[in-house]
Design a protein around this ligand. Structure first.
Ligand SMILES: Cc1ncc(COP(=O)(O)O)c(C=O)c1O
Length: 382
């Protein structure tokens, strides 16, 4: 009998999402409109935050949050080197200069010591990444506040996470940017949002996501709208979230607490199954109560060839991934003169070849987790 494939990631799409998409598709209004407005209201209520503005991706959300800072061209923005390329390229597109910084070895989040040194050296803004769903340390917020430097949250992994503020939702920061990409805890295939308690950022995002228009199409063309005219408030993006995708996201949000509960159960089961494997470490080492449980990342024992382990798991029909290849190791950054902050990135460098992301999604059952654990043990035993 062929072995059942265990995919690295699988969207949890059911009847509710299908009927939501159908509802939007057949409503007579398929781009940004009432579904998107409703998603923003419902997500804001779920998070307990004043404003949510839905956009087409987390990358767009980050670019909008950076644009809102109004920093001059060439301003320096720090971020962990351990992140997806969007964290650096979104600000680069707004003329900012990325400064990749080291991480701390437990959560793989931005290292406070590395950040303090970089702030001393001169930074104009910071993006903190809640890696794998573990919220960044309160110390990172404190350091940015004391230095008077705005902190943007890359929460692509962190919808459902909580920290010292309650739900991770942009309270006291320059915006919290989520992703609804296909692999994320809540997905609409593609999509994202910015959460904030700052009405000015919310208004800016509302306009900047749609060419910088003063009024979106829903406000201009729906029956009862007074006039179809608008003004241009800025050099905005085309990054609105269409109603078809917003409807899917709303259906996912209804199920979100159940999905998150399942993620937590799976994370705990993985930890149990992996604990006896010699030299293997889970990131973070102990379960973090506020985590959104987005990924199951392990650090392989020293000297193990990751590509061999991935190949062997692949032969057993088990998909894996790598989160992340550090930013500063990509050729493009070197070619464009991007250099790491003071002190370099020793922790990231030490782990760059050793991390592996195991299958992690809500369609896994407990036996799948056991099978991945056994296959990994066999692969490491050689
Ligand atoms: C840490 C991080 N930031 C940003 C993004 C970009 O998200 P999106 O695909 O919604 O633009 C990702 C995507 O995986 C990510 O992992």
């Amino acid at each position: 009998m062929p072995t059942q494939e265990i995919r690295f990631s699988l969207p949890d799409i059911g009847d509710a999402e299908v009927s939501a998409a159908t509802r939007a598709l057949t409503s007579g209004w398929i781009t940004t409109g009432e579904e998107c407005n409703a998603l923003e209201r419902e997500l804001a209520e779920y998070l307990g935050v004043e404003h949510v503005v839905a956009v087409s991706s987390c990358t767009a959300a980050l670019e909008i949050a950076v644009a809102n800072l109004g920093l001059p061209c060439g301003a320096r923005i720090g971020m962990p080197t351990w992140t997806f390329v969007s964290t650096a390229i979104a600000p680069y597109h707004r003329g900012l200069w990325p400064v990749p910084l080291d991480i701390e070895p437990v959560s793989f989040n931005l290292c406070p010591t590395a950040l303090a040194a970089a702030l001393e050296d001169g930074l104009d803004a910071v993006i903190g990444v809640h890696f794998a769903g573990t919220p960044i340390a309160e110390e990172i917020h404190d350091l940015c506040r004391s230095a008077g430097v705005p902190l943007i949250e890359d929460a692509a992994h962190a919808l459902g996470a909580s920290d010292h503020r309650g739900a991770v939702a942009g309270q006291g920061t320059a915006g919290c940017c989520y992703s609804f990409y296909a692999t994320k805890n809540l997905t609409s295939a593609e999509g994202g949002a910015i959460a904030t308690d700052d009405p000015e950022l919310a208004a800016f995002a509302q306009s900047f996501r749609l060419h910088g228009l003063s009024r979106d199409a829903w406000a201009r063309y729906t029956p009862g709208a007074r006039t179809g005219s608008y003004d241009i408030l800025g050099d905005g993006l085309k990054a609105n979230l269409p109603d078809v995708l917003a409807a899917v996201a709303r259906a996912q949000l209804q199920r979100f607490p159940t999905l998150q509960q399942r993620r937590r159960e799976l994370a705990l089961r993985y930890r149990e199954v992996l604990a006896p494997i010699d030299g293997l470490r889970v990131v973070p080492e102990a379960p973090s109560p506020g985590s959104a449980d987005h990924l199951m990342v392990v650090v392989l024992p020293e000297g193990v060839d990751r590509s061999v382990v991935q190949k062997q798991l692949g032969e057993e029909s088990i998909g894996t991934s790598v989160h992340f290849q550090p930013l500063h190791t990509f050729q493009w950054f070197a070619d464009h003169g991007v250099v790491t902050g003071p002190g370099g990135t020793p922790v990231a460098d030490e782990h760059a070849e050793r991390v592996l992301s195991l299958p992690f999604h809500t369609r896994l059952d407990d036996d799948d987790v056991d099978r991945v654990g056994e296959a990994l043990r066999r692969a490491l035993d050689g």
